[in-house]
Structures are given as C-alpha cells and as structure tokens.
Design a protein around this ligand. Structure first.
Ligand SMILES: Cc1ncc(COP(=O)(O)O)c(C=O)c1O
Length: 468
C-alpha cells in the first residue's frame, strides 16, 4: 500500500491537472514553496476518504491500532477536541448522567453542554502547591454506588502537569457496574513508549475510549490526534458516525501524512529515541535537584510511579518571582519559551525531539536565574474545593438570554451564565447553571489578593453574566 507522504509526492510529480479542491491548485509558480501546496490535496481517486477509510488512510489507522494495541484506532485532524466530543456522544443519550472529573478540559464541558448531560463531579486531589494530583478510584466507586444511572466515566490522565491516575483501578470499578470509561489522554500519546509508564497508559489499563493528541508529546503536526476504542461497551459504528459530525469533511492530507510519519518514527526508531529521552530526563532532574529555591515538581511528587517526568514543572512559590515572571526571564534573557506559566509555576514540555543540549540549556538557565532570586516564605493558598449548588443545566444556563452583567461581589445566590476559572488549579470555580455563593466570592477575593488571574467565559471580569 505504501506510505501516504511518498504517494502524495509521487502524485505531484505525475503532473495531473487538478480540476478539484483545494483552490490553490498546487500552483507553486504563483504561490511559492514556503507552504506545502504540492502535497495538499482532497479526496481524489486512490487517496481514500477519512470518514469511510478503506485504503491508504485505513492503512495508517491499522498502524496506530497495532502500535497502541486497540480494537480500532481513528486518526484525527481536529485535535483531541473532536475526539472527546465524538467519544462522549458515541456513548450517551441526551440528558444522561455522567461521572466527570471536575478538572477536565473545556471540550468535555462542551460535550456536557451540547448533549444536555447531567454531570456528577469527582474532584482531583490537590497538592499543597495548588497543582492537581490524581483522581482517587475510591471516589469512582462511591459515586457509581450512589448513582446507578451513570452512563460514562470521564477523566483526564495524565494532567497537563504530568500526573497520572490509576486508570486500571478506575476501570475495574466502572466495569463492575458495566459503565465504560473515557480517558482524555491528550497529554499521554507517548506514555506507552516510556519505560515504567506503559502499564499506566489508559488503553493498557483497560479504558474503553482513549483520546490522545499526537501533536502535544510526539513528533507530529499541530491538530493531529488519535481516538482508540477497545472492549464491547463502545460501538465502533457510533464513534465513526460522531466523528463524521465533529470532524471536518475536508481533512488535511498533510496532517494525515504527519500522523503516519510520527507512527513510522515510533515503530522504526522509538526504542532508541525514548531510551535517549529518558536518559536526558534523568540527567535533567538530577542536575536541578539541589536548586535551593526553584523546585521541580518531578523531584518532589508524592507518587513518582504515576508521573510523567517529560513535563518539567518549575515551581516558584519559594522565591520572590511568579511562574509568569520566570517564564518572561527565560524568554527574554535565555530565549527559552515555555509551554505555560501560572502564579506559582511554569511548565516546560519536552519530547524525544529534545536533545541533551536542550536540557543543558534549560539547566544552565535555571541555575543562573536561581542565583539571582531571593528566598521567600511560601504563601499557603486555600485551594480546597467545595462544589457549588447546581440550579439548572449548563445548556439551560447558556441558552437563557434573560440575563445581566453584575460585579461578582453583588452576585450571592445568583445563577451564573458563565464559567469562572483560576489557574492553578484550572478547575472551574463555577460552571453555567451553578449558584454563586459566599465561598466563591471569598475565593475570588483570595485569588485576587495573591495575584491569581480570574478568567470568565465572556472575559468581562469583575463583571459576570448571571440569569435574571
Ligand atoms: C487535557 C486536555 N485535553 C484535551 C485538549 C484538547 O486537545 P487538542 O488541542 O488536541 O484539541 C487539551 C488541549 O490543551 C488538553 O490539555
């Protein structure tokens, strides 16, 4: 069958006249070659069809299936986002009850909204540093026992910061109740290839639907992802149909080739590349373990067996700078751009494409920055979470236009039409349809005093839209 990229390149050289989409017509005389017009085609004869794959695209899906050991793997070009929307809708009916980790990505909340779902929330453990830890399987058991009508368990593992939950224990419990488990493993497409983490990976732990962004932690272009299924609790045809709703009908061949290239690299050179990567990570963590004030989460995390060391979380809470300031210094003075920064930490993402010099550059920068920092007593924020009362569903709140904007501190007892978030811990303080209470107003004030930015759906904070 061959490789998609090679076939696209060969096709370009065969000089076919493209009387079809895309409109650039591979005219590089007019457009130049800075962008890959030459291999950007649509579903023409011989190039298969993502939504009815039977040829060269099916071949890529089969490669993914074999590498990850799933029953069926779908390749995605609209990121994990479309996989999460499709995966959830493939299992639930409108209005169903679902068990959801409260620290899920917004795509999960969007699925809750459009399917009118009734979410029962599980809270992650929160570290003293405010960073989310795992979802405890005991909570899954409790909630499933209390709510016999739950139709799906949804959680994120690993988290953005690299914390992995015990999916095997969670799946064992959920399956006892015949409930499937969907794991948002957007940050874990590489786990399977990391020594010590293979059996912590969601598919290997028995999850029914697993969605992984290839572009986040593996060498693949932005927007590429995989959706895997296994077992009998999820129907392949339902997933395929939902993907045809949530994913573009004009999938990029460049992105699909990138998925295949990524899978080929893993298959052909994965062992060697991951070995080198893990050695580099070991070297990094060892070099920074004696920093006095800047602390790295991986060196301090309680459960090292359930942690992805590829996420380098640099904590600044014992220093006189914020995570954001650290990230600014690294950018301006060392030309190192991090993935994200928060009040108390900044996050560097790494992959098999980082060589030893990259790690050395970061080590060197952190050691130099550390020397110029003052030690500060750690402020202990209260990150405890009390779930607010739900009055109406997210969907009902979003669709209710009888609403008004008011200052947050005048809103006790009112139903929010917006999400209110803070990072960390990235858990919504409130979702649309929940009631703003004293505790939330006090929390917003507390976060404000420590300089933590409060974000809202419509970006008008301190004003928040509420139902009249
Ligand atoms: C935990 C988590 N899930 C899902 C997504 C969505 O992934 P994608 O950007 O591939 O659509 C993200 C993106 O940041 C994420 O962090």
């Amino acid at each position: 069958m061959g490789n998609l990229l090679e076939k696209l390149e060969k096709y370009y050289n065969e000089d076919y006249l493209p009387m079809h989409m895309p409109g650039h017509k591979r005219n590089i005389e007019l457009l130049g070659e800075k962008l890959p017009y030459k291999i950007d085609i649509t579903e023409i004869d011989g190039f298969d069809d993502l939504h009815h794959a039977s040829g060269i695209i099916k071949n890529i899906e089969d490669k993914a299936r074999k590498i990850y050991g799933s029953k069926r793997s779908f390749i995605l070009v609209n990121g994990s986002t479309c996989g999460i929307l499709a995966g959830i809708r493939s299992v639930v009916n409108f209005g169903d009850k679902v068990l959801v980790a409260r620290n899920c990505h917004k795509s999960v909340y969007n699925a809750i909204e459009i399917n009118g779902l009734n979410p029962i929330y599980m809270l992650p453990q929160i570290g003293k540093d405010g960073i989310d830890r795992n979802i405890d399987s005991k909570q899954v058991e409790e909630k499933l026992k209390e709510n016999k009508d739950i139709k799906l368990v949804i959680l994120t593992s690993p988290t953005y910061e690299g914390v992995i939950s015990d999916i095997e224990a969670i799946v064992d419990i959920a399956h006892k109740y015949d409930v499937p488990v969907l794991v948002d493993e957007a940050h874990g497409a590489h786990l399977r290839f990391m020594k010590g983490l293979k059996d912590k990976e969601a598919l290997n732990s028995g999850a029914d639907i697993v969605i992984q962004s290839l572009h986040k932690t593996l060498p693949a272009l932005t927007g590429t992802a995989l959706l895997h299924i296994q077992g009998d609790l999820v129907k392949e045809q339902n997933v395929a149909r939902e993907l045809s709703i949530f994913e573009t009908s004009s999938p990029s061949y460049i992105l699909m080739s990138s998925i295949e290239e990524c899978l080929d690299i893993i298959e052909n050179r994965g062992k060697e590349l991951f070995e080198e990567y893990q050695n580099n990570l070991k070297y990094f963590y060892n070099e920074v373990k004696n920093l006095k004030n800047l602390k790295i989460l991986g060196n301090e995390i309680e459960n090292k067996d359930y942690y992805d060391f590829g996420k380098i979380v640099i904590k600044t809470n014992k220093t006189n700078i914020t995570g954001k300031e650290l990230s600014d210094i690294l950018r301006k003075e060392y030309k190192i751009e991090l993935e994200m920064s928060s009040i108390n930490y900044a996050l560097a993402m790494t992959s098999i494409c980082d060589n030893k010099e990259n790690f050395e550059r970061l080590i060197d920068a952190l050691k130099k920055i550390e020397g110029s920092l003052e030690e500060k007593k750690e402020i202990s924020n209260n990150y405890d979470i009390i779930l607010p009362k739900k009055e109406i569903s997210i969907l009902e709140a979003i669709k209710n236009n009888n609403s008004e904007f008011k200052d947050y501190n005048e809103l006790k007892g009112r139903i929010s039409k917006e999400y209110i978030w803070v990072y960390p811990p990235g858990i919504p303080l409130i979702t649309p349809g929940e009631v703003i209470n004293d505790d939330i107003i006090r929390k917003i004030e507390e976060f404000g005093k420590s300089g933590i930015e409060v974000r809202t759906t419509f970006d008008k904070f301190p004003k928040i839209e509420v139902i009249k």
